[in-house]
Design a protein around this ligand. Structure first.
Ligand SMILES: Nc1ncnc2c1ncn2[C@@H]1O[C@H](COP(=O)(O)OP(=O)(O)OP(=O)(O)O)[C@@H](O)[C@H]1O
Length: 346
């Protein structure tokens, strides 16, 4: 009998780089890149997720590989809804034919405009949700990281994703102050591409830049100057070429992005009320998001702020886990749609 009224509510981390879907009672069941390959002649979707990401830079003329989210917001509405529908169906693949449409919590960057937020909600409904509620990404990340967000104590979370870095101070179930900058992991990749083009006359793609960042990228001082051979197209001859780059070069290329992230943390601390600032000094700053995995970034932030910095256990999953856990508070979101989306101090 229960089957007839069964619904699987979902938490979705609709990220610039990755989309994760959390199913209530099961945990994170989908974890794939936010990438779609489309046939531009027929407008048909050829591949979604990992399969589409593998096609980046390798497609024939009639296929375009699209990242429908840019800087944390929807850049291509129809493709985003199609991608969400695909992932939601994948997450609910074993549901009964009689299952109700799910209620969905979907995270949005805290700096999002109301129009952008509306677009995310509409896309989620178009993808098959009965109702959809936005939750600010840093709030979800803080819940996912296990921070005491409902208690009268200040917690600072810094979520560094692909398109946005979100810094927020949370206390008593709300965002007290926050800052969202559209600078994050993707900008690190871009900085690496630009550096290698300028200094080695070599053109490399987004995927290679990301691998270089993950392999030898470091924030600040490099301890061990590792080397890496990379391949790309020689800009002078047009032919393939291999060059050797060092960790020090990549650290130099990443300087501006790292600096922007550190400044966002410092600016948020400056806006933080003193009692909460004291809590943060005691408890430390927590980093989440894939960008938190950049070597030494925790140390650089700690040196610059003089506050201890910790990386959450599963940086790539914490927003999705928090979005999923917040399904338990869905009643609150129904009665107060703006709970945990807008900060009380701008
Ligand atoms: N080991 C690593 N070192 C450095 N960066 C990493 C590492 N692993 C993943 N990343 C980067 O983390 C970013 C993706 O993180 P995440 O999945 O948290 O972002 P997202 O939620 O999709 O983006 P956003 O929050 O901006 O919408 C990418 O830029 C990726 O290159």
């Amino acid at each position: 009998m229960g089957k007839l009224s069964f619904s699987q509510d979902l938490g979705i981390d609709l990220g610039t780089a990755n989309t994760l879907v959390f199913v209530k009672g099961k945990g994170v069941v989908v974890r794939e890149p936010s990438v779609v390959a489309k046939n531009i002649e027929t407008n048909e979707i050829e591949a979604v997720g990992d399969a589409a990401k593998n096609m980046i830079g390798r497609t024939p003329g009639n296929i375009a590989v699209i990242r429908p989210m840019r800087d944390g917001v929807i850049a291509d509405y129809d493709t985003t809804s199609a991608m969400m529908r695909y992932y939601m169906n994948k997450a609910m693949k074993q549901r009964s034919l009689f299952a109700k449409k799910p209620s969905v919590m979907v995270c949005v960057p805290s700096g999002i405009t109301l129009v952008e937020e509306r677009a995310v909600i509409d896309a989620t409904k178009q993808a098959g949700a009965k109702e959809a509620f936005p939750i600010a990404e840093p709030f979800a990340a803080a819940i996912g990281a296990g921070l005491p967000v409902w208690e009268p104590t200040g917690s600072m979370i810094v979520d560094i994703g692909g398109g946005t870095t979100e810094v927020a101070v949370i206390s008593l179930g709300g965002i007290v102050t926050s800052m969202s900058i559209r600078i994050a992991g993707d900008d690190m990749d871009e900085a690496i591409i630009n550096y290698i083009r300028k200094n080695h006359n070599l053109l490399i793609g987004e995927r290679s830049a990301e691998s270089i960042k993950i392999e030898i990228g470091t924030a600040g001082k490099v301890k061990e100057n590792k080397e890496l051979d990379i391949r790309g197209r020689n800009l002078l001859t047009g032919l393939p070429k291999t060059v050797t780059i060092t960790a020090e070069e990549i650290s130099f290329a990443l300087e501006d992005t790292v600096h922007a992230i550190v400044e966002a943390v410092k600016n948020t601390l400056e806006k933080t009320p003193p009692e909460l600032a004291a809590d943060i000094m005691d408890r430390g700053i927590v980093l989440s998001g894939g960008g938190a995995l950049l070597h030494n970034l925790d140390k650089v932030i700690s040196d610059e702020t003089k506050i201890p910095v910790f990386i959450t256990e599963n940086p790539l999953d914490s927003v999705a886990i928090g979005t999923g856990k917040s399904l338990d508070y869905i009643k609150q979101f129904r009665s107060q749609p703006n709970v945990a989306t807008r900060p009380s101090i701008e």
